[in-house]
Unconditional design. Structure first.
Lengths: 282, 189
């Protein structure tokens, strides 16, 4: 690649990636800076989440205030239960099965789980999803009402299909339709989707899904080498932009300013499937 | 007597997991690509009515004949023919731009787009957007001042958006064809 990836977005915008410690201090979380309150354990919770319910439980009356992750045994929706301690040292412990998010603080009306208040009696969130309508028409759902299949420890993970749809709609409205495949709109769409996914989910997820999409294009559709190179360059630019972007608007502005590859000459390059990575395998 | 060396259970589990992931990925890909077959060239029986009575699914040549009959000047931008056959359905966008088009008392640029020789939508760039939106409300009952889009008929979507180079416009599109185009891009681009 001719240009250093870090320079793809930063050079055009004068943006430097802040040090991790500085980012934590500024926003409290790994992608802080958008003003969202992610709670005291933000950024440290994923390891405490089980693959089934996406939950950890903790004993909130631990004498040393210890946070002990433990897979839930009772209720994935987060009911508060009281039961005797197994060693009898304490009479009872209040266990909060932190279904949706891995930490919570309780008050008289419910529990605050990083981004939203939850009512364990009604088994429902009483505040709206911070993503708003982008997460779906019902603002009070958690991971599309499917906690067995999805987890969202930060309260901010978003279904990649929804991100791609939003990026596609934005690109199609902003650029002439004839540029939506291998043109300016296409370049912008790849950059924007990667930026949004990096910001909202993770850079690794953006890189993996972008790579998977291109491999699919090689294998199933025999796409040209130039087409793949263009998409990969623009995906990389989007990921760099997404590291420091504070909002979707940020991503839009940065992708419009970033030096993207906006076209390639069709027919100028053979597909990877015949000459490149996979050609030798056949 | 030789004893058979037992394969560690963890290795079996890892291989099984890897196989399951591969199977799931293949299944999902198959479902995504083939479960909903779309020809991308089919013409619907009931076109949607767009700006000024222009209907969706119209052919490029027939549309140009109409423009010539109305003595309107236009530019046609046709896509380059594909240099080779890729394993995917056709994706050809033809645009017709009319520099001086008049609608509801406003003169502006009208750009008409065809997806695989089917009229998918139009974009009108009026010279005075606010006045045009007011006329749309009073004459056609489309309120695009307080909301971003309207649906005057089941398959017609009218919306306000901003193009990067040309500025604000009012777009009319057939939602079926727009969805088809989005599907093509998501699957193959």
């Amino acid at each position: 690649m001719a240009m250093n990836e870090q320079a793809l977005c930063a050079a055009a915008l004068g943006v430097e990636r802040p040090h991790r410690a500085a980012r934590s201090a500024a926003g409290g979380g790994p992608r802080g800076g958008d003003g969202r309150d992610r709670g005291p354990f933000a950024g440290a919770s994923r390891a405490a989440c089980g693959p089934v319910a996406g939950c950890a439980t903790r004993w909130i009356d631990s004498p040393r205030g210890r946070f002990r992750p433990h897979l839930p045994a009772t209720h994935i929706w987060g009911l508060t239960t009281t039961r005797p301690s197994h060693n009898g040292a304490r009479s009872a412990r209040t266990r909060v099965s932190t279904g949706p998010y891995a930490t919570g603080t309780t008050n008289g009306t419910g529990s605050f789980y990083r981004a939203r208040y939850y009512d364990p009696v009604r088994s429902r969130f009483v505040s709206q999803d911070p993503f708003g309508l982008a997460a779906g028409p019902n603002l009070y759902l958690y991971v599309g009402a499917n906690p067995l299949a999805f987890t969202d420890p930060r309260g901010l993970w978003r279904w990649p299909g929804s991100i791609y749809d939003e990026a596609l709609a934005d690109a199609m409205g902003r650029f002439p339709l004839e540029t939506s495949h291998n043109g300016t709109g296409d370049a912008y769409r790849h950059c924007l989707a990667s930026c949004m996914m990096t910001r909202e989910n993770s850079e690794g997820e953006a890189a993996f899904l972008g790579w998977l999409n291109e491999v699919r294009g090689d294998w199933l559709h025999d796409q040209e080498r130039g087409e793949r190179q263009m998409d990969e360059h623009n995906n990389a630019a989007g990921r760099v932009c997404g590291r420091t972007a504070g909002s979707t608007q940020d991503c839009q502005d940065r992708c419009l300013a970033a030096p993207l590859i906006q076209s390639y000459q069709g027919g100028s390059s053979a597909p990877y499937s015949k000459t490149g990575y996979y050609g030798n395998l056949r | 007597m030789r004893t058979r060396k037992r394969v560690p259970r963890s290795r079996v589990l890892i291989i099984a997991l890897f196989g399951a992931v591969l199977l799931a990925g293949g299944g999902l890909t198959w479902w995504y690509e083939y479960a909903e077959p779309v020809s991308f060239v089919a013409v619907a029986a009931t076109p949607a009515r767009l700006i000024d009575g222009i209907e969706s699914y119209g052919r490029v040549d027939a549309f140009l004949v109409d423009l010539t009959r109305q003595s309107l000047e236009y530019e046609v931008k046709r896509p380059d023919p594909p240099p080779r056959e890729a394993r995917r359905p056709p994706f050809a966008i033809t645009t017709v731009t009319i520099r001086r088009y008049s609608h509801l008392g406003q003169v502006g640029v009208l750009r008409v787009a065809f997806f695989n020789d089917r009229l998918v939508g139009v974009r009108f760039f009026p010279s005075a957007m606010d006045a045009y939106l007011a006329r749309l409300l009073s004459d056609e009952g489309l309120d695009l001042k307080s909301q971003a889009e309207a649906k005057p008929s089941p398959h017609t979507r009218v919306y306000v958006a901003t193009e990067q180079e040309r500025g604000r416009y009012v777009g009319w599109e057939d939602t079926r064809l727009a969805a088809e185009m989005s599907l093509w891009i998501k699957r193959y681009s």
